[in-house]
Design a protein around this ligand. Structure first.
Ligand code: NAP
Length: 322
């Protein structure tokens, strides 16, 4: 068992964690970043990325993450292949335990553990991911220009995604398992008023139908939740928008979480309910969820952390001089 100590400990290796590391390292905080279960985060399972600024040509998600990782290392971040399994945030330095048995101590802690999209869990879903099935219309909608698309879900995300998709398609269907939406009324009003969106009520997707060869998704098999009847809707894009799981299990009881289990931060900052602990990226953001916004809040977390440490160190010096 080894103890690794640093001024700035970061959990999570997606765009938020790595951006925090780049800024933290350049501020001389010698960050240690514990990568977690899926090094690189959600972009490791994405192929084409067209919306990350700075790249005129299409880039690949894993390549982008490799570049961010190298950049973080070049400026002085130590990356650890480990997953944190226990936390003690009751005093500084914060003390975390890795799956390896190693201990990680940080004067400040930046949490960037991300979130995972929820999936329907039907057999045809996994093989059709990237072949017409996606959980992010903002990321992938552009690839379905002029095609028929459907969004599955009835919350804010599903309605926003359906509205967003009308930028690319004039044939958008929202499929919901009940006969009323849980999305905010203003969003519902926009949805119902949109001439290119059709809402299909009381239906669950039973199969993503593969057209074979290079065709990808060609249709959805639907089952009526009231009658059990099956029907088919022809679409080339299917967007699952049934919510996300923020990776916050570790912090339950240690930090304030909201009703959806996202880490609560003070508005306009990355400060959590525990002084010296900061949160950035999808673990605290249920609205934007983009690589670029995650990177932006990662930068904010490093700046917030640096200011916190400077203030704490100034206080200690002043107390020692008294
Ligand atoms: P959500 O509010 O939890 O809604 C999930 C939707 O998916 C529900 O309509 C649910 O149906 C449906 N669903 C869940 N499991 C399903 C399944 N297995 N099969 C079919 N349908 C299923 O999730 P969200 O829309 O991602 O929003 C999460 C949180 O973020 C909410 O608090 C939301 O307000 C917030 N948010 C805010 C904004 C914004 O402020 N602009 C944008 C996005 C999200 P039921 O209704 O039948 O349960």
């Amino acid at each position: 068992m080894t103890t690794h100590s640093t001024r700035m400990l970061i959990l999570g290796s997606g765009p938020a964690g790595l951006s925090a590391a780049i800024y933290g390292a350049r501020a001389g905080m010698k960050p240690i970043l514990v990568q977690g279960i899926q090094p690189g985060g959600q972009l490791m399972t994405t192929t084409d990325v067209e919306n990350y600024p700075g790249f005129a040509d299409v880039i690949q998600g894993p390549w982008l993450m490799e570049q961010m990782q190298k950049q973080a290392e070049h400026v002085g971040t130590t990356l650890m292949w480990d997953t944190v399994v226990a936390v003690d945030l009751t005093q500084r330095p914060f003390r975390l335990t890795g799956d390896s048995g190693d201990i990680y101590e940080g004067d400040v802690l930046v949490i960037a553990t991300g979130a995972q999209a929820k999936w329907l869990g039907i057999d045809s879903e996994e093989p059709m991911k990237g072949k017409g099935v996606s959980a992010c219309a903002t990321c992938d909608g552009f690839f379905y220009r002029g095609k028929r698309v459907a969004v599955i879900g009835g919350g804010n995300t599903a309605v926003e995604e359906a509205l967003y998709l009308t930028n690319h398609s004039d044939n958008v269907t929202l499929i919901h398992r009940r006969d009323s939406l849980r999305a905010e009324k203003i969003l519902q009003d926009r949805l119902f008023a949109h001439p290119n969106i059709t809402v299909v009520w009381n239906k669950e997707v039973r199969e993503f139908v593969d057209g074979g060869g290079t065709a990808g998704l060609v249709a959805l098999d639907l089952e009526d939740t009231q009658t059990g009847e099956h029907s088919r809707i022809d679409v080339e894009g299917g967007f699952v928008a049934i919510g996300h799981h923020p990776a916050t299990e570790l912090f339950r009881g240690h930090l304030e979480l909201d009703a959806d289990h996202y880490i609560k931060v003070e508005t306009g900052t990355t400060r959590t309910s525990v002084p010296g602990v900061f949160a950035c990226g999808d673990v605290m953001d249920k609205v934007y969820r983009q690589a670029v916004t995650a990177a932006g809040t990662g930068c904010m977390a490093a700046l917030d952390a640096e200011r916190f440490l400077a203030a704490a160190e100034f206080k200690e010096m002043a107390e020692a001089a008294e």
